[in-house]
Structure formats: C-alpha cells, structure tokens
Design a binder for this molecule. Structure first.
Ligand code: AMP
Ligand code: MN
Ligand code: MN
Length: 324
C-alpha cells in the first residue's frame, strides 16, 4: 500500500481515536512477539497522542520471554465496563481476540482492525489490513509516521520486536530492503536489536527442547510434506517450542505441519511452507488463518483423523501449487 493510502485510512483511524475517551487495545490469544509488541507500541503511541484512558488486554497475558518489553506489566487478562473504541492488533478474525474482545464487544464499541494476515476477515469499522507487511508492528511504524508521532526508545523496542519475531530475525522471504530501512530507523530511535534477539529467537526453555525430542519421534516425510503429531502434549511449552519452524528447514520438504491434540477433543495445527507454496488457504478453510508461509488452525476431532485429513489437503495443494 502506498503512503497516500496510509494517510487516508490512517486519517480515519486518527479521527476515531481523537473522539474516543475509553480505548481498549486487544491482541491475539497465545500471543507472539508481534502481538505483544504491537499492543505495547500502540499503547505508547496512543499516550503520545494525548490519550490517558487506554487499557491493554490479552486473554493469555504476556509470555515470560516477552516480559522485558517496556510497558508489559500494564497488560491485563480480563476487562470490565464499556469502551468507546477497541483497536484489535495482529488478529485475522474476532475469535483471535478471545474473551477480552467478546466482553468489550457487548457494549458495541467502534472497532479498528490493524493486521497483516492475508486471511483477515475485515471485521472492523475501520480495517487497516496490509498483507504485504512483515508484521503488524510494521503497519504501526507507518501509521505513527502518518500521525506525526516521533518514536521514543520504548516504542521503537516494541516495534522492532514484532519485526524480529515474525521474520525469524529477517530469515523469511518477505524481509526486503524496505524492512531493513525500518529496522535502521528503529535502532536509531534507541531499539536494541541484540537484546531482542537474545530474548526471543535465540532462546527457548530446556523443557521446550526436550518436547522437541519427544515430538520428533513421530516425524514423517511423505510427498514433500514433513509432519509430527502428539497426543501427550505439553501445553506449557508448546508455543515456545514451535517445532514446525524446525521441520520446514528440511531440504526435502515444501510444506510442514505439527498436530497437537488438546484435552478437549481438538487438535492444534501449525503449518509452514517454503517460498512459492501457500498454507494460508488450507488453514482458512479449517476456520483458522495466517500467511502463505505460516498459518494455523484448531480443528475438532481425534489426532489421527485431523492429521490425516489436513495432510491430504496439504499434499493436494502442494501438487496444484507446484504445477501453477
Ligand atoms: P503458529 O503456527 O501458531 O506459529 O502460527 C502461524 C501463523 O498462523 C500466525 O500468523 C498465527 O497468527 C496464525 N494462526 C495460528 N493459529 C491460528 C488460528 N487458530 N486462527 C487463525 N490464525 C492462526
Ligand atoms: Mn501474531
Ligand atoms: Mn504478526
């Protein structure tokens, strides 16, 4: 999207923000660095715009490894009362906003939806959805510029965290020269790249590594799709482990999947694709979402039933995409 478009849609968002007294910022359940980075950065930006009544909420709170981010202690996990405006960041649909979004929606507030998932459902009154950006924090960087906000060190640190985590530290295919220019601007504003990488992409718990070991016992590679599945899951470390990010590095694979059975008859599915392949549409068909290279969904059913169904969809999509 061009700068002119950012100014138009950013202007509409700025008008809603200017009129609002009570603002709620929501990011997605099971939050990652972009979800928390976006929520905290937007909190700092809103305060610079003169907003004094801003609540930051996420059902699952701030993961320990992101607690170093400035402002993280202000995040709440439930909300009460009414809001004039809810700004939802890094969520492809309302369900991703979890219980805090559902609770706030009862009062019918205006909703601004700021996101970069290709599968976004445009659920807001104002939708700032940019699938060509690497992270929601990239959109916030551009919006802050359109709003005339000068980035301070804390805001820059939160914005850079989203860029680092969603690009696996600039290893994804969408890490362009333009993105690296934003990185430079953020570092000049005071963001500390080394502290972010050492606390996020270069770090996981010992338990998460042991969990990898257990999951990898089920590894399977068929028709260019590599996968693992488990019913003896460890939810405390599952998000931290992100074993699928390791699987997609297999030279022989174009797509990767992990299947983790929950205690309530569902399977959490994480999907990855090499450049030139797309797993977002598979996740979307299963009521999930994501990006062409990384997507996910939660599907009702038993482990083997869901895994077999999704793997069949992936193999068909891979064949079609290889021919396209
Ligand atoms: P993950 O595999 O959990 O790292 O997620 C990869 C991408 O898919 C992220 O961009 C998530 O936002 C998205 N995603 C994961 N699970 C879901 C879901 N249940 N619904 C919508 N999007 C999802
Ligand atoms: Mn996210
Ligand atoms: Mn994101």
């Amino acid at each position: 999207m061009s700068v002119a478009n950012y100014e138009t849609v950013g202007q509409r968002a700025a008008e809603l923000i200017a009129k609002a007294d009570r603002i709620l910022v929501v990011s997605h359940i099971a939050p990652d660095g972009d979800a928390i980075g976006s929520m905290l950065a937007l909190g700092h930006i809103l305060r610079q715009l003169g907003k004094t009544n801003v609540t930051l909420a996420c059902d699952d709170g701030v993961p320990d490894k992101l607690a170093f981010l400035p402002g993280a202690t202000a995040v709440v996990t439930s909300v009460s009362g009414s809001f004039d405006l809810v700004i939802v960041v890094d969520c492809s649909d309302e369900r991703r906003g979890g219980g805090v979004f559902r609770a706030a929606a009862v009062g019918r507030p205006l909703v601004i939806n700021i996101d970069h998932h290709i599968t976004n459902t445009d659920f807001g009154d104002v939708n700032i959805v940019q699938p060509d950006t690497v992270a929601t924090t990239e959109i916030l960087f551009l919006l802050a510029a359109a709003w005339g906000v000068t980035l301070d060190k804390d805001t820059a640190q939160c914005l850079l965290t989203g860029l680092v985590t969603d690009t696996l530290c600039f290893r994804t295919a969408n890490a362009t020269a333009g993105v690296m220019r934003i990185v430079t601007d953020l570092m000049q504003a005071g963001a500390d790249l080394s502290s972010i990488t050492s606390r996020t992409v270069n770090r996981r718990s010992y338990d998460a590594i042991c969990y990898w070991g257990r999951l990898l016992q089920s590894i399977d590679l068929v028709d260019g799709v590599v996968s693992v599945r488990t019913s003896s899951n460890d939810h405390a470390v599952n998000g931290d482990a992100s074993v699928v990010t390791l699987l997609i590095t297999a030279e022989e694979a174009d797509m990767a999947a992990s299947f983790v059975e929950t205690d309530d008859g569902q399977v959490e599915v994480s999907l990855r694709a090499k450049p030139g392949f797309d797993v977002a549409q598979i996740a979307f068909k299963l009521r999930g979402g994501g990006h062409s290279a990384a997507a996910g969904c939660t599907v009702d059913g038993s482990l083997d039933q869901v895994a077999d169904q999704v793997l069949a969809m992936m193999k068909r999509a891979r064949r079609e995409q290889a021919c396209a």
